[in-house]
Design a protein around this ligand. Structure first.
Ligand code: 13P
Ligand code: SF4
Length: 305
């Protein structure tokens, strides 16, 4: 049952001809009023297909809203809280990337979507955690500059053995996925021996090696929906568990760590979503020259996804 505020937001959405896109890490109350919930790749694809809405309220972090703005230069893309930034996306600036490119002139540059538009403009192609292996395999170059997440770089180098993956920077990481550890997983495995353990490729290598599956958040949604198993241990941000429980009421979904909370994603609230619809703020804009270059790298990824 929707509460009064959620009903007000739905009415406002109609009034303003707006659409609400939400990442899987948004709180349940925001997930319930979103037109679309997804992982980074699904949100990118959705953003590239928006036709009849004038206003897009993006309940996610800065790099996701920037990507939507790049793909929709004539629409108004707003973040309910303008401070919602992904710290990892700030770990590789365009200037730093240019230095890496000078050092490795023969390398193709593959950037995780968790980067800001300026860095994206310096990339040959983008990837998300759902398609990183496919993107790297599609390239002719044997040497790949890959950033900013060192753990996703490790995951890709583990899957694609015939290419050299150079992480840029050396220690880019997500503070949320760094929290998962083997001790917690051993304990949960003992308690739930029949469960599948799913973890995100932003987790540390030893956590990835111990898990049964390493997947994007969208991959986890699909896995739980389609698996004949009943119990799942989830190694990613806790509100993915909220979505999994809502969509799979007959299954047992256990968070690998209750403290794995992305505080940046949680800056958005229903009150702020309402404000963003009424005042059409806070607008996310990318300068045209940067946006055009970044769009090339995004389009290349979308072509092979
Ligand atoms: P997904 O693309 O798997 O949803 O991951 C996005 C993200 O920010 C993970 O921390
Ligand atoms: Fe960024 Fe990590 Fe939050 Fe994802 S979970 S948005 S990578 S800080």
């Amino acid at each position: 049952m929707l509460n009064e505020l959620q009903k007000e937001i739905i009415a406002l959405k109609k009034d303003k001809n707006a659409i609400i896109l939400a990442h899987n890490y948004q709180t349940g109350d925001i997930q319930e009023i979103a037109d679309f919930i997804g992982d980074s790749l699904e949100l990118c694809i959705k953003a590239s297909q928006i036709v009849d809405s004038d206003l897009v309220v993006f309940c996610g972090v800065d790099f996701m809203a920037e990507t939507a703005a790049i793909l929709n230069p004539n629409k108004r893309i707003v973040l309910p809280d303008k401070e919602a930034e992904c710290p990892m996306a700030h770990m590789l600036t365009a200037d730093e990337l240019r230095i890496y490119k000078e050092r490795y002139p023969d390398a193709a540059v593959v950037l995780y979507v968790n980067t800001l538009a300026g860095a994206k403009a310096e990339a040959d192609i983008l990837c998300t955690s759902a398609n990183a292996v496919k993107v790297v395999e599609s390239l002719d170059e044997n040497r790949i500059l890959f950033g900013p997440d060192m753990n996703l770089a490790w995951y890709v180098s583990h899957q694609v053995k015939d290419k050299e993956i150079i992480p840029a920077p050396e220690s880019g990481h997500c503070y949320v996925h760094k929290m998962f550890n083997l001790g917690d997983l051993y304990f949960l495995r003992e308690k739930h021996p029949d469960a599948d353990i799913l973890v995100h490729p932003e987790c540390d290598p030893e956590v990835q090696e111990y898990a049964d599956y390493v997947q994007s958040t969208g991959g986890m949604i699909k896995h739980v929906a389609e698996s004949p198993k009943n119990t799942f241990i989830i190694g990613t941000e806790v509100d993915l568990v909220t979505r999994l429980r809502r969509e799979n009421p007959g299954k047992t979904i256990i968070p690998a760590l209750n403290e794995a909370i992305c505080e940046n994603m949680k800056l958005h609230t229903l009150e702020k979503v309402k404000n963003s619809l009424i005042n059409q703020e806070f607008v996310v804009k990318v300068p045209t020259d940067v946006a055009e270059k970044a769009k090339n790298a995004i389009d290349k990824m979308l072509e092979i996804s």
